[in-house]
Design a protein around this ligand. Sequence first.
Ligand SMILES: Nc1ncnc2c1ncn2[C@@H]1O[C@H](COP(=O)(O)OP(=O)(O)OP(=O)(O)O)[C@@H](O)[C@H]1O
Ligand SMILES: [Mg+2]
Length: 299
Amino acid sequence: MGRSDMGGIERGAAAVKLRVRRRSGSGPDDRPSGEEPKNDGKQEAEPVDGTPSEGTTLPEAVSHDDQSPAAASSRSVLGRGAEVPPVRVTGLGVQIKDGDSRKWIVRNLSFSARAGEVVGLAGPSGSGKTTVLMCLAGVAHHAEGEVHVAGKGRLPGQLSPPSELRKVGIVFQDYHLVQALNALDNVSLPLRLDGTRWKRAAPEAIHLLAWFGLSRSVFKYPSQLSGGEQQRVAIARAMVRQPAVLLADEPTAHLDAASTRLVAESLHELALYGTCVIVSSHDPRLLSRFEHVVDLGRR
Ligand SMILES: Nc1ncnc2c1ncn2[C@@H]1O[C@H](COP(=O)(O)OP(=O)(O)OP(=O)(O)O)[C@@H](O)[C@H]1O
Ligand SMILES: [Mg+2]
């Protein structure tokens, strides 16, 4: 990434304040004073994520003593189910085929993450970070233990139905941008698939792209973007629906220091509004910013 690009990021971050719809009504408010919260119809349509509904009953796991803004936000959003963490993994084990036998990639992994929390998933290459994230996303199945994400429990062998996938935003390690769509269309795609009209989806996407310093790349296709720019488009796309749970797989792998700082800030800001964020990384610049890090290499 060149110097001019870094400058673009810093200008973008300085000029554009991240605008996030509050999940709870109790998160920080960055609206100008006197401005009414916008009602775009999406908030009502969204489920109260994290509230247990069908599936396995989730036990309480979060201390009532936590007085952080994020925890308070979580409590007020979730009401009766306030103590239920949106991500809870118990005794997770994942196997792969290894010739005629099977090999454990991950074994006996347990952790939970609250609404409003950013949790790092650390470990050297091959330690299973992507595998764990894909299990959380519900697109890969596990062999042992239980996985609870956004109020749904999954037992070994189970994948998430498409309706559940919509509660989770995923930033893939290798972006998975739609090559035939420009940056604006890629970022607005999750909203469009939800039925949001273009005139509402486009400003949301443009705002996020601007926040990531990509105002000049709105109409560029992935093949016209650098790796770092594609990474930022992918993160914006995962954030645009403000999912209950955001899973980011090495989101700063291709970014310089300025972009890494911006990504870390955006993930924390999203969390302040109630999203539970799980970030895999072996980047100490990023991991040092998280209070809670699960290290797959040291268990
Ligand atoms: N579908 C698969 N078939 C065979 N082996 C696999 C499969 N998926 C993962 N593995 C193996 O499982 C292990 C963990 O892989 P994973 O991609 O989860 O690690 P990682 O921590 O994300 O690594 P990296 O930091 O390089 O991205 C690796 O040894 C990998 O080769
Ligand atoms: Mg990986």
